[in-house]
Design a protein around this ligand. Sequence first.
Ligand code: FHN
Length: 681
Amino acid sequence: MRTFIPGIIMVWLLSASFMSPAQPETKAGYDSRMQWWCDARFGMFIHWGLYAVPAGEWEGKTNYGEWIRTSAQIPLDTYSRFAEQFNPVKFNASEWVKMAKEAGMKYIVITSKHHDGFCMFNTKQTDFNIMSTPFHWDPMKDLADACRKEGLKLCFYYSIMDWHHPDWLPRLGWEKDRPVNNADFSQYLSYMKAELKELLTNYGDIGVLWFDGNWENTWDERFGKEIYDYCRSIQPDIIINNRVHAGKLDLEGEGKQRLLNGDFGTPEQEIPATGLPGINWETCMTMNDHWGYNKNDHNFKSTKEIIRMLSDIASKGGNYLLNVGPTAEGLFPQESIDRLHDIGKWMNVNGEAIYETQPGPFKSLDWGRCTQKGVPGRTRLYLHVFNWPSNGLLQIPGCLNAPIQAWLLADPQKTKLPVSRYEDALMIRVPYIAPDTICTIIVLDLKGKPDIIEPPLINAGFGIFVHSLPVQLISDRDSAAIYYTMDGSSPTVNSLLYKNPFTITKSVTITARCFRNTKPVSGTSIKEFRKETSWSSSIPEVVLPGIGYSYFEGTWDSLPDFKTLVPIKDGTLVMICFDPRRQDEYFAFDYTGYLLIPYEDVYSFYTDSDDGSRLYIDGNLIVDNDGLHSLLEKEGTVPLAEGYHPFRVSYFNKTGDFDLKISIRSPLMKKEMIPGGMLFH
Ligand code: FHN
């Protein structure tokens, strides 16, 4: 079963492939080209470059990574001298590739050139490359040989943004000493193409070109299409990620992934809650808090966290690209080595539940995850059990298929586990002690295609209300009747039969379940609704249109206490924006004023930000979206009386991309960015 690509996506994909010199790629052709990648599910990301020399430390600060050139504002000449020190004499490609292979990884994506512009391969296009270092050797050649020998795909990360090349614009915001007048972007594009040609002709078959650094406004979708087609013209079977396309919007965040150009979506440091239906996608993630090596960063994810994330991603139909940041000597950090080894032990036993699987047929399971494979005449489910049942019975809710058999994947004898039915659920009798406390896989073969009924959706839009709230109960199967209660008890066929949406006017707990021929055929949904008193409004003496703001500059990993800072600038704005900023990094805003609420009701507020943000109403924290992260949306809901309410939004950006969207929604207002007309000070 292949990933279904809706028509609109196919239009984009075809448009991308239309540009390729060959015939337009068909869906079957795209699927065939993606096959190995979809089956692989697990790869190693390697961020290795000159930034490993300072190893995250500069002028007494120790929290840098691969962005150190700009994060620490190191002048180009100073940074380029790291090349004189780069001599990874302990680098051993075969050891690296074997560690990836033994961890169960099927491909390696390594930085051929990161944003700093330093080329980790033997290029004729610039001297700013590894051949100019004391190492004077091309590690990509060794990696290509080792990958070929071990049966892994070698893939290259390539940064479009280039802080070294004179023809790349824009310059870094703080970098005033590098002239721009002679910069010729067409020359930079030619440079890129020449290097990509070297990468795609000198190292054999390359699995993936992993582009990055596509968010500056000098890079537009024409270039994305041109480079996509150019690379495919050299290696037609190569796979290219969506970051060849211009614009950060397509990089992260649920629902924001589109394949305008490129073959798969690239959520970063996050796992989309419901995967990214309709497109191939890969979550890339650090093992600690940095992509590039940071000698002081020992905050590594546990093996348990990593294995469960691999399971979660595979259960949603995605790939997991897990990062290692090697040292300047050419060694993996010991913490990475240890985790790769432990992950490999688990994959050695359970890889069958990851490789070549499709997402499981359940929306959610309270004990773990599920992947599946098609087997002639049956469905094979891989039940990834995180929370082992204390009563020895694993419940698979809403599963109407007849069971064929079940066994522990780790059991070479495939000893049958007893399977019985209780109402809508299959019950598997399992050992009282979990064979693997991180994630035990149980294989369950079912007759035919999955016949799953999800618990009814209790749809009300909000969990709180002021006066009344319309409620809708929805089943994904029209052949099922929904019975429900409003006192928290479990519904039976003698409970209320759902026919049409109804309105609640007091706090209730709604419990709902699907029935067919008086038999329960789904699990149970439960949702609590609270009637709340609206927060009274203020009566400010004077209100003027616009929101007040204070603008700050500095380096933070989370929102600062603005009361302790002196603003660079302050004033009022017609709406929340960054216009008064002086630079694209290391800046913060604190917006304060009043929000005019048009009528008493419940209101949901959203901050969608890169990096951190917070939203306050009446001095209360409603949305906490603080911290260093890519574009991420969080929400909060409050009951508000009509009138003016004290309103505050705090925001900061450290490095990289930046964005802030503040939205509002109510039962009578669709979700929209807060209009300027609601903002006062
Ligand atoms: O800026 C880069 C960052 O250094 C790192 O390479 C990550 C990995 O996906 N990509 C960019 C941030 O989105």
